[in-house]
Write a protein that binds this ligand. Structure first.
Ligand code: GLN
Length: 541
């Protein structure tokens, strides 16, 4: 295919209908036919990126290889398509305005009045075309965050309208994701909210080509007809999207509804091949037919909002499928754990994961959970702050450095076993200034983590400010907590693991960000395996 085709996904009626999953599923169906696809998300908020947002506001902040802090939908894109995304795949209103204002200050608008149309819309389109014109993709799918009709998303919708004229109708398509509510009192599915949201799109000059209709009930033919009639689309372009048992069912549900066929037909692309979804189906087969189950505790402070740990939860789904085992994740608030109740809260678990996080709240509970895992030989996995807690716990309870902590928790501690690097000390701005993105790491040959990866050099993604303090390295290693993954350039400790323990690994990086359906992350796969083994040996005893 020569030029890229542009597909826009808008949302109507309510948010949270799953535009990200629909976009990723369509991407998968096109990719499974041999096309090269990328998915981009526009977020209409003013923050430059979600990096400074509290996880309660916006869920997990997903980090790409190039160090962009992005929306969690990019995680779905990567998990479904198994291809990396980058900063170009997530653009906010804040970034658009920032770029335009920076240009204006440089005098690049040559004395013109800078306006929403055309300057902001041009900048939005530049971000779309930058992907399409790279030559790397047959399809650019752009998801517009929020709902049509929101004040904030107006410039994006206007830019979408203009793209049609820039690239021509045969290279352009709009999918509108909407909700068909069921009124149980009337025993009826209602189309009116969809009619209104399509009307809003029409007012903005956009006729959707395909309607994807979220619904709890099957859409009967007469409802499809009504939607087609009132929303001005072909009846075959009314696609039903039922609530699914797992998000990983959605590509197959969309295949049944012929979403990709409709897209190809509308874009006048011959549909030559059947999609190859064999591996996907194998994954789903294992996922849905587990032969065993493990209970893994996720010890974190944002557990009321599971989206805050989205990639970790998904990585466990991938790892469970590989092990043909259901991973029963127990979300445990680290604030609820203390020395007295630790045993009773944690004893039923086959594995303990101490989650990433920021700030002091809940840290002592995390440290207690590490201690319990270490002393009771429970498989343990610490990620980022979770790894830092493992170092603190070891320093306090094995090296007997009672005041050991991270300078994030106490800047004046006598034993800063986790500390800021010199270059971090000078930083005042919070946005985009952590150690972010992919860094190489060398694994020690005889270590457990080496056997997990099966190779010496790995690359994993980071998002943190504080680091293992190498001043304590010798003492900590001597006592049995080994630094088995080291950054070759900076000598920073990226992995620690305990000798004389069935499975105790902490990683400064976030392996969950690279786990996909086709490439489940080995650390999660082996951790689940270790939890299974621990369960089996406990039942024997
Ligand atoms: N708060 C810690 C740091 O900044 C850990 C960050 C994390 O867990 N992502 O170093």
């Amino acid at each position: 295919m020569a030029a890229a085709k542009y597909i826009f996904v808008t949302g109507g009626v309510t948010s949270s209908l799953g535009k990200g999953i629909i976009s990723a599923s369509l991407g998968k169906l096109l990719q499974a036919r041999g096309f090269k696809v990328t998915i981009q998300k526009f977020d209409p908020y003013i923050n430059i990126d979600p990096g400074t947002l509290n996880p309660y506001e916006h869920g997990e902040c997903y980090v790409t290889d190039d160090g962009a802090e992005t929306d969690l939908d990019l995680g779905h894109y990567e998990r479904f398509l198994n291809t990396p995304t980058s900063q170009a795949n997530n653009v906010t209103t804040g970034r658009i305005y920032n770029n335009v204002i920076t240009k204006e200050r440089k005098g690049e608008y040559l004395g013109k009045t800078v306006q929403v149309v055309p300057h902001i819309t041009d900048e939005i389109k530049r971000n779309v075309f930058q992907l399409g014109e790279s030559g790397d993709f047959d399809f650019v799918i752009t998801e517009i965050g929020g709902c049509v009709g929101d004040i904030e998303s107006l410039p994006f919708i206007e830019a979408v309208r203009q793209v049609k004229w820039d690239v021509g109708a045969n290279n352009f398509l709009v999918i509108h994701l909407t909700l068909i509510p069921y009124l149980s009192a009337a025993k009826e599915l209602k189309t009116k909210p969809t009619q209104h949201s399509v009307k809003q799109l029409l007012e903005a000059g956009i006729q959707p080509d395909i309607l994807v209709c979220r619904s709890e009930m099957r859409l009967p033919q007469e409802i499809r007809k009504k939607l087609a009639l009132f929303c001005n689309v072909h009846i075959n372009s009314v696609i039903e999207a039922l609530d699914a048992e797992t998000i990983y069912d959605v590509p197959l549900l969309m295949k049944k509804e012929k979403l990709a066929e409709r897209v190809l037909a509308k874009l006048k692309i011959p549909n030559k091949t059947e999609p190859n979804l064999d591996q996907w189906k194998d994954f789903l087969g294992n996922l849905k037919n587990p032969t065993d189950e493990v209970k893994i505790g996720l010890i974190g402070k944002y557990v009321e909002l599971p989206d805050a740990y989205k990639s970790i939860a998904e990585a466990f789904i991938h790892a469970g499928s590989v092990n043909e085992c259901k991973v029963n994740l127990q979300w445990i608030s680290s604030e609820s754990i203390n020395e007295e109740n630790c045993q009773s809260v944690l004893e039923k678990l086959d594995g303990i994961l101490v989650a990433p996080g920021f700030g002091e709240r809940g840290v002592e509970g995390k440290i207690q959970a590490v201690k319990y895992a270490r002393e009771n030989q429970v498989p343990f996995f610490g990620i980022c702050l979770g790894m830092q807690c493992a170092v603190i716990e070891f320093a306090r309870n094995v090296l007997k450095l009672k005041e050991a902590t991270s300078t994030e928790m106490n800047p004046d501690t006598k034993h800063p076993v986790i500390d800021l690097m010199e270059e971090q000390k000078k930083i005042v701005d919070l946005g985009g200034t952590m150690r972010l993105g992919a860094y190489p790491c060398n694994l020690k040959k005889s270590s457990k983590v080496y056997s997990v990866y099966g190779k010496k050099t790995i690359s994993e993604r980071h998002r943190h400010r504080y680091e293992f303090n190498n001043k304590y390295l010798e003492r900590i290693e001597k006592a049995g907590l080994k630094a088995t993954g080291i950054n070759p350039d900076t000598k920073l400790v990226e992995v620690v693991e305990l000798e004389d323990h069935p499975w105790f690994i902490g990683s400064q990086f976030h392996p969950e960000l690279k786990s996909t359906v086709l490439n489940p992350h080995p650390l999660f796969v082996k951790f689940v395996e270790a939890a299974l083994n621990s369960k089996k040996s406990n039942t024997k005893n």
